[in-house]
Design a protein around this ligand. Structure first.
Ligand SMILES: NC(=O)c1ccc[n+]([C@@H]2O[C@H](COP(=O)([O-])OP(=O)(O)OC[C@H]3O[C@@H](n4cnc5c(N)ncnc54)[C@H](OP(=O)(O)O)[C@@H]3O)[C@@H](O)[C@H]2O)c1
Length: 317
């Protein structure tokens, strides 16, 4: 089998031939991987700026989709030929041997490319909103609004009747009239107040950090909350302490894997079944910029994050 690995801390990723995983044992499933995206978190693992410690050698890849090749004894609810989404990291490889309870079966109507991107960003958006407990008519503001997470926040917020203020470095030229988009900058609080006619914004989702955190927090109403879940700027968040004391703001961090760690497998499976149904909708569609075979890993990595759309790795070529 082939895999993209980092052999030791500080080393560059490389594609290596590894021994085949062998037949599945009790409760295990052999998966032939199909497609996997290159996410911001994968790039952070490579640059060693990821929030969690990693142990080496590691196979890269936060998410992906594969097809079941063989079942070990005792596996139920999964059939040979099913497409599955691994819940665990290590997806940039041609084959994986996994415990059946760490796989989610994906319905056949979800296209391969969208299925490959279902593990992380949709569930992140869902959990960010779910933890917030906003009700119909409430508002949330988010930066990095061109991102895949932000797209899912818009979709899932609309289902809850929650309004979204979208903040981006460059708002798209064409967007639905009903959506509020603002360019990030020093006038953001004034622009938000004008757009919402002074209605309160009790919650902000920040995936940019750096000074963008302060600009976003300045739009949040007293006793509101700022949730930091990403660092696209590559900087630590900046927050004037007077903003916190003056408004009684709460600032907290969020990460998907710890947030779901205590949940029962059936609860996790139910969430992905709901997200998979939504993944076929046009509003959920995450554009794909390019697809490269695993052997073209360095080209794929240098292309990822440079423009609109996700770069995918084809793992079956
Ligand atoms: N904590 C968690 O568990 C978790 C889970 C999922 C994602 N995340 C984080 O959420 C963020 C979004 O992830 P994603 O996969 O949805 O992203 P994505 O689809 O790859 O989109 C990234 C977006 O970030 C914007 N961007 C890049 N650099 C920026 C900067 N310096 N300042 C402002 N905007 C910048 C780009 O916007 P332009 O259009 O302006 O170029 C691009 O639209 C990432 O930080 C990721 O690490 C965290």
């Amino acid at each position: 089998m082939k895999a993209a690995i980092i052999a030791a801390a500080g080393q560059l990723p490389e594609v290596r031939h590894l021994p085949d995983p062998g037949p599945p044992g009790l409760g295990q499933v052999l998966v032939a991987m199909l497609l996997a995206p290159i996410n911001p978190a994968d790039r952070q693992v490579i640059t060693r700026s990821y929030a969690f410690p990693m142990s080496y050698p590691l196979i890269l890849g936060a998410e992906g989709v594969g097809r079941v090749m063989a079942l070990g004894p005792g596996v139920q609810g999964i059939a040979e030929g099913d497409r599955v989404l691994p819940l665990d990291r290590g997806n940039w490889c041609s084959h994986r041997l996994m415990s059946a309870d760490r796989l989610i079966v994906i319905p056949s109507d979800v296209p391969d490319d969208q299925a490959a991107m279902l593990r992380i960003n949709p569930a992140t958006a869902w959990r960010l909103l779910d933890q917030a407990r906003l009700g119909a008519g409430d508002w949330v503001i988010q930066n990095g609004a061109n991102s895949a997470v932000a797209r899912w926040v818009r979709l899932l917020a609309s289902q809850r009747g929650v309004g979204v203020v979208n903040v981006a470095r460059s708002p798209p030229a064409h967007r639905p009239d009903a959506e509020i988009w603002l360019a990030d900058g020093p006038d953001l609080p004034t622009e938000v107040a004008r757009a919402l006619r002074d209605r309160p914004v009790p919650l902000a989702f920040d995936c940019v950090a750096g000074p963008a955190t302060a600009r976003l927090a300045s739009c949040v109403s007293p006793d509101g909350q700022v949730v930091i879940f990403g660092h696209l700027s590559g900087e630590d968040c900046v927050l004037p302490s007077g903003l916190l004391t003056g408004r009684g703001l709460i600032v907290r961090g969020f990460s998907l894997r710890p947030a779901e760690a205590t949940e029962a497998p059936a609860t996790v499976a139910a969430l992905y079944s709901r997200l998979a149904r939504l993944a076929c909708r046009p509003e959920a569609h995450t554009p794909v910029a390019a697809t490269y075979p695993l052997d073209a890993l360095s080209t794929a990595l240098s292309t990822a994050g440079c423009g609109v759309g996700r770069v995918l790795l084809a793992l079956d070529r």
